[in-house]
Design a protein around this ligand. Structure first.
Ligand SMILES: [Zn+2]
Ligand SMILES: [Zn+2]
Length: 165
């Protein structure tokens, strides 16, 4: 407890505005987690793939199947807010909903919630920890070209769904 009283003997209490500012700054700092370093399928397969590089960071490789049955892979940027994406073996067409699965074991990438930014999209989630944890993950819409088809924090989406619910 340092300086509970100032030099004139007045009790020093924390300024609520100061506290609010500190809290806001802390929140902003927490939001600066900008690059995903790990992403796992429900069976614990590591999906980071350094054969594709996004500003020097490894991409997130996911198996994808188009509505016409063509199968390939997509590689998402690991950088939050970055819309760049690579497709391997399939041509992506805006508005098409993809089946997404682990390229190692074929497990379907789990659905977190319905997408709010497109008609038929579902938000898929990958875990940041090997032991699959939906709350500690990253999420993205499975419809090509949807504004939500790049990665966001799944924890935030869960919080949002909770608040709206
Ligand atoms: Zn897998
Ligand atoms: Zn969507």
């Amino acid at each position: 407890m340092a300086n509970r009283f100032d030099e004139r003997g007045f009790l020093v209490i924390p300024d609520p505005r100061e506290l609010r500012r500190e809290r806001r700054e802390k929140k902003e700092a927490e939001n600066k987690v900008i690059v995903v370093k790990s992403a796992y399928c429900p069976n614990g397969h590591d999906l980071m793939w350094d054969y594709a590089s996004f500003c020097g960071y490894a991409g997130i490789r996911i198996g994808a199947e188009k509505p016409n049955g063509e199968k390939g892979e997509i590689v998402l940027s690991p950088i939050f807010g970055d819309h760049s994406r690579i497709s391997l073996g399939i041509k992506l067409i805006d508005g098409e909903k993809l089946k997404l699965f682990c390229p190692e074991c074929g497990a379907e990438i789990p659905v977190l919630t319905k997408c709010e930014n497109c008609e038929q999209g579902e938000i898929r989630v990958l875990s940041l920890a090997r032991n699959f944890d939906i709350a500690n993950g990253i999420a993205f819409c499975d419809v090509v070209g949807c504004p939500s088809s790049y990665i966001v924090d799944s924890g935030e989406l869960i919080e949002q769904a909770y608040l709206e619910g």
